[in-house]
Design a protein around this ligand. Sequence first.
Ligand code: 48F
Length: 260
Amino acid sequence: MKKIFSKVGEKEVTRAIVEEFAKQFLDYVESDCIIVGGGPSGLMAGSVISKKGNKVLIIERNNYLGGGFWLGGYLMNMITVRDPAQKMLDKIGVPYRESSKSLYVADGPHACSKLIAYACDRGVKFANMTMVNDVVLREKNRVCGVVINWTPVEELPRGLACVDPVALETKIVIDATGHDATVVKKLEERGIIKLKGEGAMWIEQSEDLVVEYTSEVHPGLIVCGMSVSATFGLPRMGPTFGSMLLSGEKAGNLVLEKLK
Ligand code: 48F
């Protein structure tokens, strides 16, 4: 057999994985910003914050990143954005075509993979297969971190897996968990915030409102993307993504202001 690859065995491969993972994990036990949810809004927010040299960790419960951005709607993988959000597609290098006046269509897999690469290129780090199941609260209930566990552990019946989570500290948390608004819900469970719940679909209203309401909802916690609708009771926008990208960008800029 003609040898193509260098002589490297199992122990070197295992060592490389464990060492690099542990090094990065240790480094991100404390960070500038933790973003919960690796969908379009979270990825865009992370790219903005990380580009300025800040330490940003996106925590994603699935193995794959991208959230709902792979599919446009109804299992069909064409994504739409309304003017002016095509400029965000230009920014991340995604080709698109005009479908009708001011409405643009792009291939979901192309757009999603480009956005993931855009975030990686700007230095965002990821903890995937990891679920945020609580927040760290300090004086005056300021959000100072998140509590995490492996997704497979979280999914096991309690009787089978009684495994304590660990916590990560950070300067600011972004809830980019989409329709679930998981992080805001943790504050609601403690009577700190009242979640209004998503309104009915109304594309023409919802996109502007999501961007407008992207804000710090509680000291240390910013919401972006669809979790904005769930938090403030705004109409949902259905299968169009411009406001996810613009809301993520706005959240990123809010964090940059706070980190100054
Ligand atoms: O749902 P998602 O894509 O949120 P988004 O960025 O964009 C919404 C659109 O995709 C679409 C829409 C507008 O066009 O209606 O739905 O607001 O991405 C949210 C990500 O958060 C992850 C989830 O797996 C998904 O990838 N996530 C949710 N809860 C948790 C979580 C959690 N507790 N821990 C970690 N990740």
